[in-house]
Write a protein that binds this ligand. Structure first.
Ligand SMILES: [Zn+2]
Length: 220
């Protein structure tokens, strides 16, 4: 069977299973456990459309009888997970060709299953995001503020809430149709600074794609 679970879908399954596992651990009422299990099964299947019988079988969680089986199951499921296609340093350089001295990310292509690729250049306080949207590589450059604030922030991509060193209010310049001087638009939003962790939490790509479309002036 080929990998058929996208990384963010896997994160979503994991979230549902963590909730179920907590019920296993904390609840003694077998009725409640069974109802939660049925609900979780439905939620997991609803993440997908057009599953083959074989794939459905793999997503059948009736085999999870107790709490100790979850990790093994998730590890096995991870075999069928795929992330964004591999990209080369040349592609990244081309994507961010306006950056004079672009700091390239570490691309450990083999094991990494990412929804998006993100990395920070601390020296210029910029966070770079690259993403494959419908086969086309797109990106954005975000400015990270150099001041600290005490408030907490919630990442728009993965909904993780953290302090400024964790999730920051970043800004980016949007491309516009109007090429005249001084005509630019900027956008700002909260983003995880640690993209690797963000990639482990993100369960939906809707917001990421919307932001990237806005930033790159793609009307679709
Ligand atoms: Zn995040």
């Amino acid at each position: 069977m080929k990998a058929f679970i996208k990384k963010h879908e896997y994160n979503h399954i994991q979230k549902h299973l963590n909730n179920l596992n907590n019920v296993y651990k904390s609840c003694v009422d077998t009725n409640i456990i069974e109802v939660t299990k049925a609900y979780t099964q439905e939620k997991i299947l609803n993440i997908f459309t057009n599953l083959s019988d074989e794939e459905k079988k793999l997503l059948d969680i009736s085999i999870l009888k107790d709490s100790s089986q979850f990790d093994k199951y998730l590890n096995e499921l991870n075999e069928y997970v795929y992330g964004m296609p591999n990209i080369t340093k040349e592609q990244i350089s081309k994507l961010f060709k306006k950056e004079k001295k672009l700091k390239l990310p570490n691309i450990n292509t083999k094991d990494s299953k990412n929804v998006y690729l993100g990395w920070i250049d601390e020296s210029i306080l910029k966070l770079f995001i690259a993403y494959n949207m419908n086969g086309k590589l797109i990106g954005m450059t975000c400015r990270v503020p150099n001041y600290g604030s005490n408030g907490s922030h919630t990442c728009v991509l993965c909904n993780h809430t953290g302090v400024e060193s964790d999730v920051a209010f970043v800004s980016t310049i949007c491309k516009t149709n109007n090429m005249g001087e001084g005509s630019y638009r900027s956008m700002a939003f909260d983003l995880c600074l640690d993209s690797e962790k963000c990639n482990e939490r993100i369960i939906s790509i809707e917001k990421l794609e919307k932001i990237l479309r806005d930033v790159n002036n793609i009307n679709k």
